[in-house]
Design a protein around this ligand. Structure first.
Ligand code: F6R
Length: 369
């Protein structure tokens, strides 16, 4: 049932190109229109939406953080992202014009379920992004877009995360479409880029041997830091979460721009720091800033592990280890940049003798608050 892999996690990492392609399949027609699976939210209601709030936990929350960049950029609707466990306890401002997106692989996470119930009580519309057909969260939502990742068995979420991203991009494009915002050349181009992305994920998977080697060489370390900017920041958080739950190492993700506001004090000789570098094309200001961040931490002794686009030569002098990913549009980069971090955490867990599919103290679905 593991299909020749030692662990479900490895199998599920390998299944990501297919999971991504399946989640896109049949959802966008030739004119660029998206269809949701079950919708009790009409296009006219979606045109009225004046705020989007994403609620989720753990890895799904990281997908939500990335969704915010896409939703605000493509639709110009303000978007907040909140941990489901915090959401209802702060008396959030919600009404019939709020669209709440609840992201959950299992569809049974109690924190997320309680958040969406609270949102509906306040009159908000709820759209579920979910991987499990007929589970509680989609049943209790006004609409659902299923992620077609197939069953995810390993406790650590991998393919579900990539498909949550794809689903969120689709929702953002759909909102843009029904509202007529920015609908046009840019969105058409994104749809085309998305349809090619599963091949890029495949290409990343083919080049992971050096990442495994690197992970094994770090097995005796205690701490790994992760830095990113823009959509690379949630990717850094996700890389750190994977390492905590699988390798039981101290790992933290930071927004690279925050370094000088505190975290740079943590940098010491030979500390591994993974940096997710934005594309040098597009938002090149961010790229240049992160290159100087890499220089800064390296000057203080950090061992820099740099994830950068193919052809990005500016990072080469400052990278102790360089992990290449294919060039993608800025907003889509998390689909390729997350994969090496999953492989890294999985290999470190194995090297440290940990149980990869069943990390200690964790359950696949958390059905208590
Ligand atoms: C991390 C992980 C968890 C889940 C979280 C939400 O690898 O698997 O952080 O992402 O418990 O679960 P779902 O998506 O089922 O609501």
């Amino acid at each position: 049932e593991k299909g020749g892999y030692d662990y479900f996690m490895l199998k599920e990492i390998a299944e990501q190109p297919k999971a991504v392609a399946d989640t896109l399949l049949g959802r966008i027609d030739a004119s660029g229109s998206l269809s949701l699976d079950e919708v009790r939210i009409s296009p006219s209601e979606l045109r009225e939406v004046d705020k989007v709030v994403v609620v989720a936990c753990g890895t799904a929350f990281h997908a939500g953080l990335i969704a915010k960049y896409a939703i605000e950029h493509w639709t110009r609707i303000p978007c907040e992202v909140e941990l489901a466990s915090e959401f209802r306890y702060r008396d959030p401002i919600l009404d019939a014009r709020t669209l709440v997106i609840a992201i959950s692989q299992s569809g049974e996470t109690m924190d997320t379920l309680m958040a969406l119930r609270h949102a509906r009580e306040q009159g908000a519309r709820v759209l579920a992004v979910c991987n499990t057909n007929g589970s509680t969260i989609p049943r209790e939502s006004d609409a659902v877009l299923y992620t077609h990742a197939g069953p995810e068995v390993a406790v650590a979420s991998t393919k579900a995360f990539l498909t949550q991203l794809v689903a969120c991009y689709l929702v953002a494009l759909y909102l843009g479409q029904v509202r007529g915002t920015k609908w046009g050349d840019e969105i058409q181009a994104v749809v085309r880029d998305l349809s090619r992305i599963s091949c890029e994920v495949e290409r990343v998977l083919e080049t992971m041997e050096p990442v495994r080697e690197l992970a094994r060489s770090l097995a005796s370390k205690n701490t790994v830091l992760f830095l990113g900017r823009h959509v690379g920041y949630p990717v850094a958080l996700e890389g750190a979460l994977k390492l905590k739950e699988l390798a039981y190492m101290h790992a933290e993700g930071f927004a690279a721009g925050e370094l000088k506001h505190g975290p740079i004090a943590l940098i010491e000789e030979d500390l591994p720091v993974v940096v997710v570098v934005p594309s040098p094309r597009g938002r090149s200001v961010l790229h240049d800033k992160i290159v100087s961040n890499i220089q800064e931490i390296r000057a203080r002794g950090a061992r820099t592990i740099v994830i950068a686009e193919e052809g990005d030569e500016a990072v080469v002098p400052y990278a102790d280890h360089l992990i290449r990913i294919p060039a993608t549009p800025t907003l889509l980069q998390p689909l390729v940049a997350t994969v090496p971090l999953q492989v890294f955490a999985c290999e470190l867990a194995t090297a440290r003798g940990n149980e990869v599919d069943q990390p200690r103290n964790l359950a696949k679905s958390v059905t208590v608050e």
